[in-house]
Design a protein around this ligand. Structure first.
Ligand SMILES: Nc1ncnc2c1ncn2[C@@H]1O[C@H](COP(=O)(O)OP(=O)(O)OP(=O)(O)O)[C@@H](O)[C@H]1O
Ligand SMILES: [Mg+2]
Length: 580
């Protein structure tokens, strides 16, 4: 039943006093509560006695008031402890999950959608939190009250009366167990559907402009409605099942009352128990109804928590394929200064090979350009270099060290990477540039902006470098976004600079200007530029041409033109396009 929650063992050990303290206060509240029916019984008997003892009645009354105050104080305390602990747990679990997600490789994120992961971070965690907060309280409460109510019923009243009153209980237990299993399965379904719904919502909001541009609002609305309808349907299914629980409780407790009225009434008539006993017994029987209802909620909430925890555990069990080597080389940054050599690299995302037996050298400290038709595998090659994916075959060496044995952090820190689809955060321009080096000074930030020819534009904004950009940088033009991403990479003073089609939205003159800036500045780095533009390629010390996952040609601009192969063709095509 609780094996799902074993993931949280450490948390429980750390916060055991919160839970134990809370349970202790709760038990005090419950014990005080149990005294009330007994006192009411005594009160009734005193009232009905031949000579009413006012002083005694008064002391019972004071006692009842004292109990009420005590219950209020301890009730506040258990809430503080247990609900407080469950809130800490929520934070702990969310951080655990987030840290874990950060450790996972890009392949994991190819297989899992954003909405699905968001649902885990929100809804599933909430369900787990409820099941380990309020439900703990309810469970302790229910068990303690049940045991004590039974104890008092057995000890203060007629044994046969007690047994008869409890006849419906086993049926209730059986019913609850069956309902619990159903709740688990159906809630699992609800959470899965919720993840789909989050995903549909997220995707639709992000793509609103595209949807509107194609006038597809109607189609998308239908898709969305289908998703919400499914969510409602699954929830409804859950409640169709769960709805049975409360009526079941009331039927059982109603049956018990009928039995007590008939049989207990008889006992009073026969003088075998006092009216006071009869009142107290009814009080305990009524007390039993609450724990039964509470137990129902516990079953409901815990089964939901279990289902959600199982979903979270599945994520936590995922392991990154990209990990540090068990025997990492102990290297310093200087040891990694050298040519980058790819030996017989092959790679595939799924079935189709994307890179086929590629061997090449990227010389240290020079500019290497990579070109080739779209889809030829240029970006993928960079992913392997950055160790986002592991090659299926072959190895990559840097200064004679296989990169798979270089500590991952040390390796990635060498890079300044500007991906093809850059990501701008919705914060200020300055923070975006300083993203990888939060301690950077204003001078450094401005220098980086100047290097990428973005300084004048930023200064023309009313808030300058403090301009807050929209989500994913939407308030900047495509070219501005690209240059911002490049400035960010340059600020880290990378030893290997990778520009994956990083200036494709920038006009050719500006791009040339930036490349010149890079070459004339004192950045001593191995630069890898992926581009389709002749003017950029021409300047590189070495050009690599990919075709359909193979290295087709390599050499300088001049050498490649002389070969009259693919590169020559691509150049001709471009010159022709420019002429047109
Ligand atoms: N996540 C993925 N899953 C499956 N296939 C993929 C994935 N990413 C890329 N591919 C495939 O791998 C091939 C190489 O893609 P890649 O992005 O490396 O090409 P590219 O040379 O960078 O193209 P472009 O010039 O358009 O940027 C393509 O055929 C693409 O469809
Ligand atoms: Mg690409």
């Amino acid at each position: 039943m609780i094996k799902e929650f074993l993931t949280l063992k450490e948390f429980f050990l750390k916060y055991k006093w919160h839970y134990l303290g809370g349970v202790f206060c709760l038990l005090i509240v419950d014990s005080l509560q149990l005294l009330v029916p007994r006192l009411l019984g005594l009160f009734t008997d005193t009232l009905l006695s031949a000579q009413v003892n006012i002083a005694l009645l008064r002391s019972y009354l004071y006692f009842i008031i004292a109990i009420a105050v005590g219950m209020a104080v301890f009730r506040y305390l258990w809430r503080l402890y247990i609900i407080g602990a469950s809130r800490i747990l929520e934070k702990h679990l969310r951080e655990l999950l987030f840290n874990h997600l950060q450790s996972l490789s890009p392949r994991f994120f190819l297989q899992h959608k954003t909405g699905e992961l968001m649902a885990h971070l929100t809804n599933d965690i909430t369900a787990v939190r409820s099941s380990l907060g309020l439900s703990v309280v309810l469970m302790v409460d229910a068990l303690f009250l049940t045991v004590m109510a039974l104890f008092f019923m057995f000890s203060t009243s007629d044994l046969r009366l007690t047994l008869l009153a409890l006849i419906p209980l086993p049926f209730l237990a059986l019913g609850s167990q069956k309902l619990g299993v159903g709740v688990f399965n159906r809630f699992m379904k609800v959470q899965e559907t919720f993840a789909e719904l989050t995903d549909t919502s997220q995707e639709n909001i992000a793509a609103m402009r595209v949807v509107q541009a194609f006038a597809l609002e109607g189609v998308e609305k239908k898709r969305f409605l289908k998703s919400t309808a499914k969510y409602m349907h699954d929830n409804f299914n859950l409640y169709k099942l769960w709805g049975f629980y409360d009526p079941l409780i009331y039927i059982c407790s109603f049956l018990s009352f009928i039995i007590v009225l008939i049989y207990g009434g008889n006992l009073v008539i026969k003088g075998q128990i006092s009216i006071g006993d009869f009142v107290a017994f009814n009080g305990y029987l009524a007390l039993l109804t609450w724990p039964m209802l509470a137990l129902g909620w516990v079953i409901n909430i815990t089964q939901r928590g279990r289902a959600s925890m199982q979903r979270i555990n599945r994520l936590l069990e995922q392991r990154s394929e990209i990990v540090d080597h068990p025997l990492p080389l102990s290297l310093k940054k200087e040891d990694l200064q050298g040519d980058i050599i790819l030996e017989n690299i092959s790679f595939q995302y799924e079935q189709n090979p994307v890179l086929k037996n590629i061997s090449l050298t990227i010389p240290y400290g020079t500019v290497t350009a990579i070109t080739g038709q779209t889809g030829s595998g240029k970006s993928t090659l960079m992913y392997l270099l950055l160790r986002f994916f592991e090659p299926g075959q072959g190895r990559i060496l840097v200064g004679d060290h296989p990169i798979s044995q270089v500590p991952l952090k040390l390796w990635r820190e060498k890079f300044g990477y500007v991906p093809q689809d850059n990501f701008i955060f919705s914060t200020t321009i300055a923070d975006n540039i300083a993203f990888a080096r939060p301690g950077a000074t204003w001078e450094e930030i401005k220098k980086a902006a100047k290097l990428v020819a973005l300084d004048k534009e930023i200064e023309s904004f009313p808030a300058g470098y403090n301009t807050v950009v929209g989500e994913r940088g939407v308030t900047l033009s495509g070219g501005q976004q690209q240059r911002l991403a490049l400035a960010r990479a340059l600020l880290t003073k990378p030893e290997i600079l990778v520009l994956d089609d990083a200036l494709s939205s920038v006009d050719i003159t500006t791009e040339e200007h930036i490349i010149n800036n890079l070459q004339s500045s004192n950045i001593r780095a191995t630069v890898i530029i992926i581009s389709h533009r002749l003017k950029v390629l021409k300047k590189a010390a070495k050009i690599l041409v990919l075709e359909d996952g193979c290295l087709k040609e390599e050499g300088t601009h001049r050498e490649l033109l002389e070969q009259r192969g693919l590169y020559f063709l691509l150049c001709q095509q471009q010159l022709w396009e420019e002429a047109v």
